[in-house]
Design a binder for this molecule. Structure first.
Ligand code: NAP
Length: 340
């Protein structure tokens, strides 16, 4: 495997950027896809890696063109690209179709190119939803229950895409190892204005646009460590066939994220709310606002997602979530994305 290239799909993305950097820094040649090659110069500038080790290809998740060319000469694939929305789309298919069909396109092209290992970026969205309120503990054995009400289009898209990929590999993927990485909410330093939707939580707290914290929470993991877990899964000498790896630091309530910003940023956190919003007010807002409807479904839920498997099999660990939160915030301030 050592001499061949690694394909990382979606090179313009937050996680993919860190992954490409780590792979090139380890001496690998990387092929990456973008929807439009017009983005290549800007992405190259941001990544700032040895340009001779990085090749760009145009490929969209919704079309066949480009995937075969991108995979040619690759023995390893990290399929990272998938839509990560900033809001709630009108139709779930806006996310489900590119997520699912894009994964299948990448799998088919990988198989045809003789790829040995295919690592797909899934999510805890495919593991930990559809359980209702309360305190829940999750491992890789769990799947989001698609028959339950209130699942967002994003949660549906990640669950359906990972299921479809695993089904395809079981039926057609002989000779190619498939595994998934399932991160929780990914935070850490952003590259520029084109940051992932996951970082919006920190941005809205910092700029004061989130006026109070509802009683919701989420697992947090660092983008650098998520990239590192992909590298470990790609390069491990052990078989990765069928594996699933949760990538999570720990669960925090939104209130705790705000408290971390206050404690660690001092005056720079002066717009970060110290107020909580009562459940009844979120329920009232949900009558008028689709985002509040999503929040209602989350009120009071606690989801602990264990990364013990990634630690045991791949020797992975992640830095403290406080550092990821603060590094997200500092990068947003340093890049002028948030004025404090
Ligand atoms: P991101 O920065 O928004 O990256 C998403 C990437 O997917 C971008 O490169 C985007 O390209 C590409 N993409 C979207 N729709 C596409 C299409 N139709 N055709 C081709 N490319 C398309 O988000 P990210 O956080 O790095 O997410 C990367 C992966 O991690 C996704 O699979 C996501 O579901 C997963 N994940 C993320 C988190 C998180 O908290 N951030 C947590 C768990 C899992 P453009 O730049 O052209 O839009």
């Amino acid at each position: 495997m050592a001499d061949k290239a690694v394909l990382v799909s979606g090179g313009s993305g937050y996680i993919a950027g860190y992954l490409i950097r780590q792979l090139v820094q380890q001496g690998r040649t990387v092929h990456t896809t973008v929807r439009d090659l017009a983005r290549e110069p800007a992405v190259r500038q941001l990544l700032a890696v040895d340009n001779s080790r990085l090749k760009f290809f145009a490929a969209d998740l919704t079309a066949d063109a480009g995937w075969d060319d991108a995979m040619a000469g690759c023995s390893l694939v990290a399929h990272v690209a998938s839509p990560v929305p900033f809001g709630v789309p009108k139709s779930a298919d806006e996310l489900i179709v590119p997520a699912r069909d894009g994964a299948l396109r990448a799998l088919r092209a990988a198989k045809a190119a003789g790829v040995k290992r295919f690592v797909m970026t899934s999510s805890v969205a495919a593991i930990a939803y559809g359980r209702g309120r309360g305190v829940h503990h999750f491992t890789e054995a769990d799947w989001t229950r698609l028959d339950q009400p209130g699942l967002t289009p994003y949660i549906q898209s990640k669950t359906i895409a990972e299921r479809a990929a695993r089904d395809w590999v079981a039926a057609e993927g002989a000779g190619m190892e498939y595994c998934s990485i399932n991160p929780s909410v990914v935070l850490g330093p952003v590259w520029g204005r084109d940051y992932s939707a996951s970082v919006v939580i920190v941005k809205k707290l910092l700029d004061g646009s989130l006026g109070a914290c509802p009683d919701i929470g989420f697992g947090v993991v660092d983008v650098r460590d998520v990239a590192d877990l992909h590298v470990r899964a790609l390069l491990s000498p052990a078989s990765m066939a069928g594996q699933r790896f949760i990538a999570n630091g720990r669960f925090l309530k939104l209130r705790e994220v705000a408290d971390v910003l206050h404690a660690r940023l001092g005056p720079q956190a002066h717009k970060v709310t110290r107020r909580n919003v009562p459940d009844w007010l979120v329920r009232l807002a949900a009558r008028f606002h689709p985002v509040a409807r999503v929040v209602v479904g989350e009120l009071g839920s606690v989801r602990h997602q264990s990364s013990a498997h990634a630690q045991a099999v791949l020797g992975w660990s992640t830095r403290p979530v406080e550092q990821s939160i603060v590094d997200s915030a500092r990068s947003l301030i340093d890049l002028g994305i948030v004025k404090v």
